[in-house]
Ligand binder design. Structure first.
Ligand code: TRP
Ligand code: SF4
Length: 437
């Protein structure tokens, strides 16, 4: 496969997930990551969340009962479909684990990149997304609009000082014709992700950003920027020992003293070389995360932000019902959360399955659930029971399952889901004030 560039604003289908991981340094999201978590959701158990960066920080925070945040964004464009539901399923899971939840409505990004006005974006966000989130079971949390949250846009501007044109063009492919609002959109997204670590919003702490893999450029960019605003560098020296370095000249001796104190307080021994602004930790098996947090706190005392690099997870995209990419702008490819049961049934009737060309052939050779969007609906959403799912998979493979039966079952479940959701959406409308800042 040729080298690719992830473009968060394009409609490319990134389906070679292993390749993406290798090329961009995304780590695999493995069983060892989620098995220690309480009641792991189906998106974890079934490999739909496939990649991560620094997820260990989140696990540690949960295990050590420390504070952590989850931040994600909502693009208020088009209609909310089942593919979008995956993010909110994860949000609700992390909410149940006790994370501080922040959801930023990317109304400025929709304005800059999708041609919406801010009032249009607001309407879409409320009616299409937030009402459905509440109806799906999201509990009160911090939902805000980029355009209304001055601290976010201001932080984006401040952070921009350490990003330059060649960096953003190489990440995003901006050209001389790109409008400046678009150029600035990634910085506002940095503001979104990092503002939750400002004192007012809970201070430095692990922050998880669950997203689709198209958002990874923003994650890399944000992590780079967070790192360049730190006052300390933490790096492993040639001899394998971690070193702590004070980056700038301002307050450098004091910062070194403070770091030394913090590290020694944790029981580690240190070699200090003041003229290099460096401390080398001499021990093995060091809890770097605890040290990082301590350093972040010191940074805040000295006027820095002390950002802990945000962690992220990446989920796969659902295939559209027709076999092409699922898209808000192509209604036949997706079940919208505001579809009537009749509309959904119609779309389901013509959904692409992995069945053979005739019933006789299917009996003989079996179907292919891996190429079947009906099966994908079971896998991602409709069948939480792993045993029932496996049974359908095996029966399909050995020719005992008929596509018609799968569709009947899927339609039944979607109908019930949409009918219930409609009722809950009506109730949700009165609760909006509890959610929006
Ligand atoms: N760019 C995201 C999208 O297109 C939306 C977004 C804005 C976001 N701010 C964010 C996502 C912060 C995660 C975190 O969907
Ligand atoms: Fe898909 Fe079911 Fe047909 Fe198998 S039998 S291809 S799972 S619809």
């Amino acid at each position: 496969m040729e080298d690719l560039k992830i473009d968060p604003w394009s409609t490319t289908d990134y389906s070679d997930y292993a390749h993406l991981r290798e090329q961009f340094g995304i780590q695999e999201f493995k069983k060892e990551h989620w098995k220690s978590l309480p009641h792991p959701p189906l998106l974890f158990r079934r490999g739909i969340v496939f990649g991560q960066r620094d997820f260990y920080r989140v696990i540690q925070a949960i295990q050590n009962k420390k504070k952590w945040a989850m931040m994600t964004g909502l693009m208020p464009s088009g209609k909310m479909h089942l593919g979008h539901k995956m993010v909110i399923d994860q949000v609700m899971y992390y909410q149940s684990l006790g994370a501080d939840i922040f959801i930023g409505v990317a109304d400025i990004e929709a304005y800059a990149t999708r041609g919406y006005t801010l009032p249009e974006a607001k309407k879409v966000a409320l009616e299409e997304y937030i009402i459905s989130y509440i109806a799906l079971g999201l509990k009160p949390c911090n939902i805000y609009f980029q355009s209304q949250q001055k601290e976010v846009t201001d932080l984006g501007y401040i952070l921009a000082k350490k990003a330059n044109w060649s960096e953003v063009t190489s990440i995003y492919g901006f050209t001389g014709a790109t409008n400046m609002a678009h150029v600035f959109a990634p910085l506002i997204q940095c503001g979104d992700i990092l503002h939750v670590q400002m004192k007012k919003y809970g201070g430095p702490r692990p922050t998880l950003v669950p997203v689709g893999v198209d958002q990874d450029p923003h994650i890399r960019f944000t992590r780079d920027i967070a790192q360049s605003h730190r006052l300390y560098n933490v790096a492993v020296a040639k001899d394998g020992k971690p070193g702590i370095f004070v980056k700038g000249k301002k307050d450098s001796e004091k910062l070194l003293d403070k770091a030394q104190e913090a590290v020694q307080k944790k029981g580690y021994s240190i070699k200090r070389i003041t003229k290099y602004n460096a401390l080398y930790i001499q021990d093995k098996n060091i809890d770097m995360d605890a040290i990082d947090r301590a350093l972040a706190k010191i940074e805040q005392e000295y006027g820095g932000y002390g950002f802990i690099l945000p962690s992220s997870t990446y989920h796969r995209f659902m295939t559209g019902l027709t076999g092409e990419k699922m898209s808000s702008s192509k209604p036949q490819t997706a079940i919208f959360l505001t579809d009537t049961p009749q509309e959904a049934q119609k779309k389901m009737q013509s959904a692409k399955t992995g069945g053979a060309t005739s019933l006789a052939e299917q009996k003989k050779y079996g179907g292919n659930p891996n190429k079947c969007v009906v099966y994908e609906l079971f896998l991602y959403h409709l069948l939480p029971d792993d045993k029932q799912l496996t049974e359908i998979y095996e029966k399909c493979r050995n020719g005992e399952q008929r596509c018609g039966d799968c569709k009947t079952l899927a339609i039944e479940m979607i109908t019930k889901f949409l009918e219930e959701l409609e009722g809950k959406r009506k109730e949700a409308k009165d609760k909006l004030d509890e959610y929006i800042n």
